[in-house]
Design a protein around this ligand. Structure first.
Ligand SMILES: Cc1cc2nc3c(=O)[nH]c(=O)nc-3n(C[C@H](O)[C@H](O)[C@H](O)COP(=O)(O)OP(=O)(O)OC[C@H]3O[C@@H](n4cnc5c(N)ncnc54)[C@H](O)[C@@H]3O)c2cc1C
Length: 413
């Protein structure tokens, strides 16, 4: 393959991978660049961090995904800068590539909202690296505490959105089922999970009934809720809340929000809410031609002008839609405004307990039905047959035996 491409896609997440696949299938030559050699499935990162599934269930090599699409070249490299006007990208190694159309699907980075110490001490959960780092930290904490005669093992999760709820729920279930079995009931009694959010509830995007159900279930499995008060400082030994309360803890998980990465700063593209690019209804960047911004990196609206959330299904559908518009660009067709098919929201709380609002009408589901729906939807969304089998096996194993499915390899720091 030569070094000129019709399209460069930066980012092999939900948005970029889907766009590259669709374009490759239509015979368009694509260069797909990602910092990692694999596509990562973020919705299950918390399960890797809590030893419920292994990395190989949620990470799939990009070269495997594209092995049958000869028009798509996969390159593992960090894109350091891009030139929106000239459609070029330059990698950290200094290589520059140019194409007729540029697709920026670089996702987001954790937003610490200038909270003192958060950048230094908190554990974010946005990548496989984050998940394994947190997983090894949690294992290390238990191993250390197991050798101590007394002392509590508190972990604070900041952020009561789906990521925070799912992480806190999974950690509390480990305390309830896994720690007594693999360490001791005495150690389990010393472990505490806290969930903090500045708003007075959890799962803000869900209905009040589902929020109340979630709070009750979290309480029931032992999560201590601190709602309506933000975190003002994160330290190595705990957090201080805005009302002065100190929660001593051995680890702090940051699920407090996301913002666009540094790559957009100084790029000339106007940044909107969260530093993201306010794209036009057809998903192109404003003020420049031939540049698309997709997924978590963009503030997108659907064809009715409704703002869309940063979700996997939004990113995936945007990737597919952008591919159609790009194909139209390349072949003299017309771009169309993005029409999003709203499937709703879901969040896992723990064993047999989840919440969901299905479809545009937001039909509420809770309990075992929502739990099974959550498993099926995530199984369907996972990329790759082997990955689906591994996840399914781990879930069954964990459900039946209360055993961790994997060893988290690596050092926490
Ligand atoms: C913990 C967690 C749980 C979630 N749970 C759900 C859920 O249950 N349901 C749901 O619908 N959504 C969920 N989401 C949201 C969903 O995962 C995101 O909305 C979706 O992944 C966004 O897709 P994307 O393609 O825009 O970005 P990403 O999936 O983040 O992909 C971005 C890609 O760009 C690459 N990249 C970034 N910068 C560069 C660079 N400079 N050079 C080269 N490559 C680069 C990254 O390596 C990455 O592969 C969750 C998110 C998180 C973090």
């Amino acid at each position: 393959m030569d070094d000129t491409y019709q399209v460069i896609v930066v980012g092999g997440g939900f948005a970029g991978m889907t766009a590259a696949k669709e374009l490759g299938r239509k015979g368009v030559s694509v260069l797909l660049i990602d910092s990692n050699s694999y596509h990562q499935f973020q919705p299950l990162l918390y399960q890797v961090a809590t030893s419920q599934i292994g990395v190989s269930a949620i990470a799939r090599p990009l070269r495997s995904i594209f092995r049958r699409l000869s028009r798509v070249r996969v390159l593992t490299a960090d894109v350091a800068t891009f030139d929106a006007a000239n459609h070029t990208v330059t990698t950290a190694d200094g290589d520059t590539f140019r194409a007729e159309i540029l697709v920026l699907a670089v996702g987001a980075v954790p937003n610490f909202f200038n909270t003192a110490g958060a950048d230094e001490y908190a554990f974010p959960l946005y990548s496989v690296t984050d998940a394994t780092r947190l997983g090894s930290k949690l294992t290390q904490l238990l191993d250390e505490a197991d050798g101590e005669p007394a002392g509590t093992v508190d972990v604070v999760v900041v952020g009561g959105g789906p990521t925070g709820v799912e992480t806190a729920g999974a950690m509390a279930e480990n305390v309830k089922f896994v720690v007594p079995k693999f360490y001791s009931p005495e150690l389990a009694a010393r472990c505490h999970v806290h969930l903090v959010d500045m708003i007075p509830t959890v799962l803000n995007a869900f209905s009040t009934n589902l929020q109340e159900y979630t709070k009750k279930r979290l309480n029931k499995i032992g999560v201590q809720l601190h709602l309506g008060v933000g975190v003002s400082e994160v330290r190595a030994d705990g957090v201080t809340l805005a009302d002065g309360t100190v929660i001593p803890s051995r680890a702090v998980v940051w699920a407090g929000g996301l913002k666009a990465g540094e790559i957009f700063a100084g790029s000339g593209l106007t940044q909107g809410r969260g530093g993201r690019i306010d794209v036009r209804p057809d998903l192109t960047a404003p003020d420049v031609e031939g540049v698309y911004v997709l997924g978590d990196a963009a503030n997108m609206t659907d064809s009715t002008g409704t703002k869309l959330p940063q979700l996997g299904s939004v990113a995936q559908q945007a990737g597919k839609w952008a591919a159609r518009n790009i194909y139209a660009d390349l072949n003299g067709g017309e771009r169309r405004p993005f029409e999003y098919f709203d499937k709703g929201y879901m969040a896992m709380i723990g064993r047999g307990a989840a919440v969901a609002e299905i479809g545009r009408k937001r039909i509420p589901l809770q309990g075992p039905f929502a739990f099974v729906s959550w498993l099926l939807v995530h199984l369907a969304l996972l990329s790759g047959f082997q990955q689906k089998v591994r996840a399914l096996f781990s879930w069954l194993n964990g459900y039946v035996t209360h055993s961790p499915a994997q060893v988290v390899v690596g050092r926490p720091e």
